[in-house]
Design a binder for this molecule. Structure first.
Ligand SMILES: [Zn+2]
Length: 235
């Protein structure tokens, strides 16, 4: 089965000719050595490096809402900037590879940092199974998988679960959103999280209510510590 030129390989060569891959940021055709984002755009990614900055804006947003150790966001999320189109394609244009790539890059940034040293396990924010089925994947799992690849931290998928499918929240007030998401997550086997420092991973922080609701479910496990990492913070 391990022939050097598999039919799959040939198929990939041909599909490359007919459907050239383009950079998810600038739209330029990618070299075959590039993946999802061209090298020029990769170098220009507006990294925040706020994992080394205590009381950064994400930590201020979540302060007093759930107990957390640290929170960090990978890149600046600015209108007209590089991150919004990447997140949009990751979530709505069936580009899971973008999540894995950004997760790997973020893992490289965090590796060896004081932010990551105490962390035992990476836990992506779950989607409701119905939503995951319609999207085909969970974008937070893709990011977390990439982070796990470059940090060698174990990944936990399926223990923190979303039990309620909640409708779109855009027109609700912060209080209504909080009431809406308070009981939508649960941990199936609390003992496997007990005593662990968990890194909760999502695509972006907006109001923080989803992360807050996950935090409530995680803190129901004994002696859990929670840190949070996302690709960006939407102001
Ligand atoms: Zn580019």
């Amino acid at each position: 089965m391990n022939c050097p030129m598999s039919s799959n390989g040939l198929l990939n060569e041909f599909s490359y000719l007919f459907f050239p891959n383009v950079c998810a940021v600038c739209g330029e055709e990618l070299l075959q050595t590039e993946e999802s984002i061209c090298l020029r755009c990769l170098y220009k990614l507006p990294r925040t490096h706020n994992f080394s900055e205590e009381e950064n804006s994400a930590e201020k947003l979540m302060a007093g809402r759930i107990p957390f150790e640290r929170i960090a966001t990978f890149c600046v999320y600015a209108k007209g900037g590089m991150l919004p189109p990447l997140i949009h394609q990751l979530k709505y244009h069936h580009k899971p590879a973008i999540g894995e790539l950004l997760g790997r890059l973020y893992g490289e940034d965090l590796r060896g940092s004081d932010f990551l040293k105490p962390v035992d396990m990476i836990v992506p924010v779950p989607l409701h199974p119905r939503k995951e089925k319609s999207r085909g994947y969970n974008q937070a799992v893709m990011i977390a998988q990439g982070m796990s690849d470059t940090t060698s931290l174990p990944l936990s998928v399926g223990n923190l679960v979303r039990v309620v499918y909640n409708p779109t929240q855009t027109k609700r007030t912060r209080t209504q959103r909080w009431e809406n998401v308070r009981d939508i997550f649960k941990v199936k086997e609390p003992q496997s999280f007990a005593g662990k420092h968990l890194l909760l991973v999502d695509d972006v922080i907006t109001t923080g209510s989803t992360l807050e609701a996950c935090g409530v479910a995680l803190h129901a496990c004994d002696h859990v510590k929670v840190s949070i990492a996302t690709l960006g913070e939407v102001f």
